[in-house]
Design a protein around this ligand. Structure first.
Ligand SMILES: NC(=O)c1ccc[n+]([C@@H]2O[C@H](COP(=O)([O-])OP(=O)(O)OC[C@H]3O[C@@H](n4cnc5c(N)ncnc54)[C@H](O)[C@@H]3O)[C@@H](O)[C@H]2O)c1
Ligand SMILES: O=C(O)CC[C@@H](O)C(=O)O
Length: 630
């Protein structure tokens, strides 16, 4: 790094996420009944000054008068601001320490609260240029030192002129006054810092935008805390994924795009081109063809339980881990199934429809309690097992059938064959997964094996039931009632018509694939999946991935982490280590996990390494993907 680069960093809304005087107002006006109105006035004055629309000195005088602040409010303010340092500034604290002699805070804020914050990051006290408060004998803030150029209009320009820095000057800030330094010819580059606030009139003027401090460091090839700015990583979220997911990705600085419905294969091939993370629910299909168009895809998030809509093997072959939310909506599905079992047993939907038509049909005919009835659960996984527990607590006798051995919960009884279960159950409910082999697993033969007048539920996947056979079973009275939540063909969005032979059948509850659609479940999912994906991106952890060798890694400390995904052929690990040894790279830790197709090696190396190493590792035979983390 040459010694002639100087970094001028703004404080409010840049170094910290907030405007300090707004925060001071929150404290000093705490008990004022007009607090909200005064704070709004202060905000308006701040914005107007930051956007260069009004006199700075006049605005500052007015803001201080409105604040009614006292010296005693400063310590609580400092504590508040310490928590509100911008995320990317926090991450890159080493940069400020390393370039302490060349980093300056230039702010129209006040030294009293700026110094305690920035010096914790290694910035020198004498490199903080800002205003100072004036107080009366009671410690009330009455004004500011008018001799300081930073309280004047164009104050930053005046200051930079006196600083007379010899070398390249970079300014990073969110405000118009920061831009003016460059406009006045006193800086080589101005970066509009938009992590906290994007001011249109500043953005319109500048050539350079820094959605994070990482981006500034990356563009200028300066040392940074992470290997690649997150704002360069595009995330595409389809099918109305809960906004909580957007919030989490945004918090880490990712670039997000959301689409309400699902996309067809053709649309997705186009949309996925520059996307690094894609989030879908049950309607979007990630096929081999889609993956061929995905030039930058790092990970797929299924914001649901089922992953049958994703070609997991093709993702694995392409070195792309897939994460789902295996338990986040389990309870919601179970609660709906319980509700439907009771409603169907009492013929409630038909009775309700009659009432809406004005018919009063008070009778106990065809209406039964569920207590002591036999519930047959097909697929005793997470949902099936949870349903078993709740159904038993209502007094039902539970039978289950699964293709693999499962722990019997409570008094549930295992059936050795599907036929055995069908012959015994008063209620048959499907909770199998959507693997291709399960297509039409429930058809004419299975309906025929059921007890006459039994009730049938499917909340698993549409393609597992043969619909014409179900229609026939309902029409013939073999099945007395049914609840179907999933269908072989489902509309891609809420505008498309739902077309099915099941429409209009008596005592058949149809729901639009909402088993898992509760607020609780969607929030849980939106918390769970982004965290798995970001953990993979940040540390290489593949724990709980549905298609990748699962590795849970220790935290990366003062090392580089090399992530190498390769075809599982003999000799790759030896080749990786040969490259490292021949380049005198010290291995601090190494982790390997393979499955039949893919090998996943994580190597932590000491900080110093020759750039050739990366090229050599990338070009090793059998390499699928290589990433470097630090
Ligand atoms: N309606 C909804 O909104 C909704 C919500 C969540 C999940 N689901 C569906 O429910 C399915 C089950 O969820 P889960 O969390 O319980 O999954 P899970 O993987 O824990 O359980 C599935 C169980 O089915 C068994 N199984 C698979 N094929 C079978 C077969 N042919 N016969 C008998 N058993 C079979 C498996 O061995 C496994 O134990 C999901 O895969 C998903 O497709 C639907
Ligand atoms: O929300 C969805 O689209 C899918 C819900 C459900 O089928 C799941 O697999 O979790």
């Amino acid at each position: 790094m040459s010694k002639d680069k100087y970094f001028i960093i703004d404080f409010d809304s840049t170094f910290t996420k907030v405007e300090a005087l707004d925060e001071l107002g929150e404290i000093s006006l705490h008990d004022d009944p007009n607090k909200e109105q005064i704070l709004q006035e202060i905000k308006n004055l701040t914005n107007s000054a930051m956007e260069g629309k009004s006199s700075f000195t006049e605005g500052l005088t007015k803001r201080l008068a409105l604040l009614q602040a006292n010296k005693k409010h400063l310590q609580p303010l400092i504590e508040r601001l310490k928590d509100k340092v911008s995320d990317s500034i926090k991450r890159n604290r080493n940069f400020f320490a390393e370039f302490a002699n060349h980093t300056f805070i230039v702010s129209s804020g006040f030294k009293e609260f700026i110094k305690p914050i920035v010096t914790e990051y290694g910035i020198k006290e004498e490199n903080v240029y800002a205003n100072t408060f004036l107080y009366d004998e009671n410690g009330n803030i009455t004004g500011f030192d008018k001799e300081n150029v930073l309280c004047l209009d164009k104050g930053k320009i005046k200051l930079l002129e006196t600083m007379a820095l010899k070398g390249d000057v970079y300014v990073v800030g969110d405000g118009y006054t920061d831009y003016e330094i460059k406009e006045a010819g006193l800086a080589n580059k101005f970066y509009a810092f938009t992590e906290n606030i994007a001011r249109d009139n500043v953005i319109a003027k500048t050539e350079y935008i820094a959605p994070s401090f990482d981006e500034f460091l990356y563009q200028n090839q300066l040392p940074m805390a992470i290997s690649y700015p997150k704002n360069r990583i595009r995330v595409l979220l389809l099918e109305s994924i809960h906004p909580k997911a957007v919030e989490l990705f945004k918090k880490e600085g990712y670039q997000i795009e959301t689409i309400a419905g699902a996309l067809s294969e053709e649309e997705l091939c186009e949309a996925i081109k520059d996307v690094s993370i894609i989030g879908i629910r049950s309607k979007t299909h990630i096929t081999k063809k889609v993956l061929e168009h995905a030039n930058r895809l790092i990970s797929v998030g299924a914001f649901c339980i089922g992953t049958n809509q994703i070609d997991l093997t093709a993702c694995l072959d392409a070195g792309i881990p897939v994460f789902n939310a295996p338990y986040s909506n389990t309870r919601s599905v179970v609660e709906l199934a319980i509700g439907q079992i009771i409603m169907l047993s009492r013929g409630i939907f038909d009775k309700s429809e009659k009432m809406h038509r004005g018919e009063w049909d008070k009778s106990a005919k065809g209406s039964y309690e569920v207590r002591d009835k036999k519930l047959g659960i097909i697929g005793y996984g997470n949902i099936g097992a949870q349903l078993s527990v709740l159904a038993e607590s209502m007094g039902m006798e539970v039978y289950y059938y699964d293709v693999v051995e499962k722990l019997q919960l409570g008094n549930a009884r295992k059936c050795n064959t599907l036929k055995e279960l069908l012959e015994i159950a008063d209620f048959v409910t499907l909770h199998v997964d959507g693997r291709p082999n399960n297509k039409n697993m429930f058809g004419a033969e299975e309906f025929a094996a059921m007890k006459k007048g039994a009730i049938f539920l499917n909340l698993s996947r549409g393609h597992v039931v043969n619909i014409p056979s179900l229609v026939e079973a309902v029409k013939s009275g073999k099945v007395r009632g049914a609840a179907i939540d999933v269908f072989p063909q489902e509309p891609a969005n809420n505008e498309e018509e739902f077309i099915s032979e099941l429409r209009g059948l008596p005592n058949v509850i149809l729901t639009p694939h909402i088993g898992g659609s509760t607020s609780e479940a969607q929030v849980n999912i939106a918390n769970f999946v982004p965290n798995r994906i970001m953990d993979y991106i940040n540390s290489g952890n593949t724990y709980q991935s549905v298609n990748f060798p699962n590795i849970q890694l220790p935290e990366l400390k003062n090392a580089h982490r090399l992530i190498h995904i390769h075809k599982n052929v003999p000799g790759v690990l030896a080749n990786i280590n040969n490259v490292l040894a021949s380049n005198h790279v010290n291995i601090e830790g190494q982790y390997l996990k393979t499955n039949e197709q893919v090998g996943y090696v994580i190597t932590d190396i000491n900080k110093a390494y020759d750039k050739n190493v990366i090229g050599e590792l990338k070009s090793l035979p059998a390499t699928i993907k290589f990433r470097m983390l630090y």
